[in-house]
Design a binder for this molecule. Structure first.
Ligand code: FES
Length: 138
């Protein structure tokens, strides 16, 4: 039986990433939930504003489960650092779930695509450089 993580990240098919837990997004108020844009089209980055629908964003949410090592801890804050013109860097213990809630893996550090062009969605593969993605960040 899987353990209970205090933070979860659900990959929504053709839509954003849903974060639940102790969410701390750099430059924004802490919250218990957030929807992060992963299509690159939001006017309110790093948050989703629904533009993925109009933009016809297509991205799988039922990604394959991976073997991952148990984490030393399963609690603590989930810190999101949007990188200027790049991905969302996520630090903190988190369980990744498919759109339907299936366990994918657990991680303590991640780079999540937010330009919409990675070939390894929902993770960053550096495609933001090729498309000259522009977004605020540090
Ligand atoms: S994923 Fe919703 S606006 Fe980008």
């Amino acid at each position: 039986m899987s353990k209970k993580f205090s933070n979860t990240m659900r990959i929504i098919t053709n839509g954003p990433v849903e974060l639940l837990g102790d969410i701390q997004i750099e430059g924004h108020e802490n919250s218990s939930s957030a929807y992060l844009c992963r299509c690159g089209l939001s006017s309110n980055k790093p948050y989703c504003d629904g533009s993925h629908t109009k933009g016809g964003f297509v991205a799988e949410g039922e990604i394959e489960a991976k073997q991952s090592q148990p984490l030393e801890q399963e609690e603590g804050p989930l810190k999101v650092s949007p990188r200027k013109n790049g991905p969302n860097i996520i630090n903190g213990n988190v369980e990744i779930l498919s759109d339907s809630g299936k366990h994918i893996e657990q991680r303590a550090k991640l780079a999540m695509c937010r330009c919409g062009h990675s070939k390894n969605k929902p993770f960053c593969d550096g495609a933001h450089k090729e498309i000259d993605f522009e977004a605020e960040g540090t």
